[in-house]
Design a protein around this ligand. Sequence first.
Ligand SMILES: *[C@@H]1O[C@H](CO)[C@@H](O)[C@H](O)[C@H]1NC(C)=O
Ligand SMILES: *[C@@H]1O[C@H](CO)[C@@H](O)[C@H](O)[C@H]1NC(C)=O
Ligand SMILES: *[C@@H]1O[C@H](CO)[C@@H](O)[C@H](O)[C@H]1NC(C)=O
Length: 261
Amino acid sequence: MLSVHLTLLLAFTAIVSAVPLEKRWGGFLGSWANHNGRPSSSYLEFGKRFPGANSNAPSCDLSQAVMPIATTALLPPAPGLSLFHVAIGRGTQNYTCDTTNSTAVPVAVGAKATLFNATCIAASSPQLLAQLPDIALQLPIPTTSSSDAGNPAYADMSGHHYFLNPTTPFFNMDTALHSYGAGSFKKTGAAAAPASAIPGPNDQGDGAVTWLKLDARDAEGQVFQEVYRLNTAGGQPPKMCTGMPAAFEVQYAAEYWLWAA
Ligand SMILES: *[C@@H]1O[C@H](CO)[C@@H](O)[C@H](O)[C@H]1NC(C)=O
Ligand SMILES: *[C@@H]1O[C@H](CO)[C@@H](O)[C@H](O)[C@H]1NC(C)=O
Ligand SMILES: *[C@@H]1O[C@H](CO)[C@@H](O)[C@H](O)[C@H]1NC(C)=O
């Protein structure tokens, strides 16, 4: 049986189930073992630690989940909120450049990512959770559409993250698979990613995007009240626009911690 955590990782590969599981998993482990020479054997087991996880019922104690600490403190969640969901986001950050200006710098105009449910991993295996953005960044960007509802590789897709305009991030966690809620946010806090963060796929790139705190634009109107973007990998643009097109994307992955009233 496909464990839910295995599925989380396999989902990123977007390989349909024609390929035997052992092959997909073996290939994944192989590539991961080569990545920085980090040990991979512990990942073999992690599906087994969460009996019942496939049911998607709350099968873990979220009160045990603790957010990683930022380089500069981000404000804690407001009193009365509780952790509702933790997702791994994998996608791109979007930037624009003024190509008529030789000293222009890239301007962030949004992001687009697929979100995968890592809630129980957050509760039970924080160290593993912290590595998932790095792992996800080494895997292809997921391609998702409504027809993916029946694809087992997407069983743990919890939603989509995109922008309504350059300053309004949106989390849409209502999909054909689950109804976790939705909401639009504004940035209220930021902290530089740690120096050790993965700068991009294959450890090449311009750095990891900042860690963020986002607050609901309309607290009354939505389930999610606050979202933290943590343990980022990749996503930073080059410092200058030199040689860049008018619009471009930079690959990234991150943890998103969603708090609800
Ligand atoms: C997925 O998210 C829901 C809601 O946050 C949670 O109850 C459930 O346990 C999660 N499943 C896993 C496998 O993390
Ligand atoms: C060119 O870009 C720099 C850096 O963003 C900015 O300070 C400057 O005002 C821009 N010049 C023009 C003509 O837009
Ligand atoms: C930027 O993001 C949007 C989705 O929000 C996407 O459709 C678009 O192709 C992206 N890339 C560029 C270079 O604009």
